[in-house]
Design a protein around this ligand. Structure first.
Ligand code: MN
Length: 306
């Protein structure tokens, strides 16, 4: 896999808020039909996720999958409550076994802290505890070939990893071979001074990428300048998946919508949204790859030597 041939993914919440067989089929069928390679399934209620049904549908439509989550604050692995940290570790280990059974290659998201607005900074002890837990989670995931992605998200959704630099430092602290950085354009737009530079500095540590516009609506309809972002991905030869995330009050998952603050209807037609996003992403990939090609040096009408 090289830059430009990246697997393209879609977050399941672009289609459905639940995961009954009817909903799963709608999401998986639509994702495959529009030409995506992968569907990202949010795993909040682990007991509600029907693994055999999901695997059967993924196989039926020839789609890959990845799983994502943000830890509930009652399972905060970075806080002062050892019971909560213990619950968080058990939860993450259960997600590893679910990801393995689903055939997912990656688990990404806010795995290092609660998924919430914090009213205090993280403590050094909390960061150490979180890194130690993630080290054990990575160890459990490694035999199944699963990579763990630390998503840098904005300050209103965690206090621990808000920037690409913090994500890299946290991964270094964990020190596992199968941990890496997950960047998201929506969050970078809030936290990074220069998104292209953040991508370039992350380099080989980048294992997963989310596109989302400034308002999380149609890709390209917000205020994010995607050209330098895709050029950054081209400059580092990023070959991993690029997954589109968009949320509207049209599709409701209570856990996710409430914490993400999805109060407005930004779109009502999933099909149109997702068809547009893949076309937009492909155009950006072609443009960024072209921008990286050296000019030939030939000037029209001028004879050159050698
Ligand atoms: Mn994201």
């Amino acid at each position: 896999m090289t830059f430009g041939n990246n697997e393209l993914g879609l977050h399941a919440l672009c289609w459905v808020g639940g995961w009954s067989e009817t909903e799963a089929r709608q999401a998986i069928e639509g994702t495959a039909r529009l030409g995506y390679d992968l569907i990202e399934i949010p795993t909040f209620d682990l007991d509600a996720l029907d693994i055999p049904m999901t695997v059967r549908l993924l196989q039926e439509y020839g789609l890959k999958t990845g799983v994502s989550l943000g830890l509930d604050p009652s399972m905060d692995v970075s806080g002062t409550d050892p019971e909560a940290a213990h619950r968080g570790e058990a939860h993450l280990l259960k997600v590893v076994s679910i990801a393995r059974d689903l055939g997912a290659e990656r688990i990404t998201g806010i795995l290092y802290s609660g998924f919430q607005k914090y009213f205090h900074a993280p403590t050094p002890d909390g960061v150490e505890r979180s890194a130690a837990i993630l080290r054990r989670v990575c160890e459990a995931a490694q035999p199944s070939g699963i990579t763990i992605g630390m998503e840098a998200v904005n300050r209103y959704e965690t206090n621990l990893v808000n920037t690409a630099a913090q994500a890299r430092a946290f991964c270094d602290m964990v020190g596992a071979p199968n941990i890496g950085v997950h960047l998201d354009t929506y969050h970078m737009n809030i936290e990074e001074a220069d998104a292209e530079q953040a991508i370039v500095e992350t380099g080989d540590q980048l294992v997963y990428f989310h596109t989302g516009d400034s308002h999380r609506g149609y890709l390209g309809s917000g205020s994010i300048d995607f050209a330098p972002i895709f050029r950054g991905l081209a400059r580092i030869g990023y070959a991993g998946p690029i997954t589109f995330e968009s949320f509207s009050s049209e599709v409701v998952d209570e856990t996710l919508c409430n914490i993400l603050g999805i109060w407005r209807n930004l779109w009502s037609d999933s099909e149109d949204l997702c068809r547009h996003a893949i076309a937009y992403t492909r155009a950006q990939l072609v443009s960024a790859a072209a921008a990286g090609r050296p000019a030939t040096g030939h000037i029209k009408g001028v004879q050159t030597h050698g």
